[in-house]
Ligand binder design. Sequence first.
Ligand code: NAD
Ligand code: MG
Length: 338
Amino acid sequence: MKVYYEQEIDQQWIQSKKVAVIGYGSQGFAHSNNLRDSGVDVCVGLRKDSASVKKAREAGLKVMTGGEAAQWADAIMVLVPDHLQAEVYRKDIAPSLGSGKTLMFAHGFNIHFGQIEPPADVDVSMVAPKGPGHTVRRQYELGYGVPCLIAIGNDASGRARETALGYAAAIGGAKAGVIETTFKEETETDLFGEQAVLCGGVTHLMQAGFETLVEAGYAPEMAYFECIHELKLIVDLIYEGGMSLMRYSVSDTAEYGDYVSGPRIITPAVKQEMKKLLAAIQDGSFARNWIGENKSGRKNFLAMRKEHAAHQMEEVGEKLRSMMPWIAKNRLVDRDKN
Ligand code: NAD
Ligand code: MG
């Protein structure tokens, strides 16, 4: 597999373009600020009444409406939430697309599942940082980067790859490495990773551990520290040196428990279920359900969000964090700014 690094990427292909970033959420905030700091002519496309207009202006960025930004730009990066992209594309972007323009995404969902079908004379590519937007910005500010995937959906100009690589470098990704993939592979692996492990798997594992201790009569604060807070410390070690370094750092007792009890939690049945999740992603049924949920007003989604936010562990966590003010001082997310 080819990994690109900064020294082999010619940034003129992005430096010579006007870039519109549509949306100023987690990724939009990071991409637009990083591009600007890398010397790219960038503007943010937002609805006139969006609360983000003020945040983007205060960060020193040019702001236009989505339609104006798409008209103005050579390259248009779509960073509104996935479920709104098809509508924003039809209303604001499609009217100004034509030969010479590049349409870009940070996740392949809408192209892969056929929700957006750009014209044949437009370059279509993806630059997908493998990390949350707030981390993409923080790492860039520190002089580091978050690894990026790129993919080429359509190469009308013959320069789609150079543009995508230049963009990935300008947001800091090439410091860590840029890997080329396809829209299909990125979409399927990204959805699987977030469902099985990163978001779905991990949160429910932590919750089950927390509940088991609390139901057995232990203090919720103890349960929170053990099953939730400490996970960051473990993941930091894995991030630095893999499972072996983590196992080197924890006690031999913890390491023994890891080997004998881990497989009792993550049983073969769990992996069987993971395979089913993957199949539902590959055959498009997960996408159909999610698109349907959005079209019918997101009732189930919003109910689940509310229910999970009200779980006892969230209240306990907030109380414990307030005793550790350094967490807030180093925060990645400041809702007034990003
Ligand atoms: P987000 O929900 O954080 O932000 C979306 C932004 O779009 C908000 O500022 C919202 O106000 C704005 N918006 C909504 N409707 C709009 C409209 N009509 N016109 C202009 N702006 C509008 O979104 P996000 O999580 O940054 O996701 C953006 C894309 O990046 C998605 O494709 C997502 O899959 C991808 N991605 C996200 C992450 C992440 O860290 N969140 C990581 C990798 C890839
Ligand atoms: Mg992801």
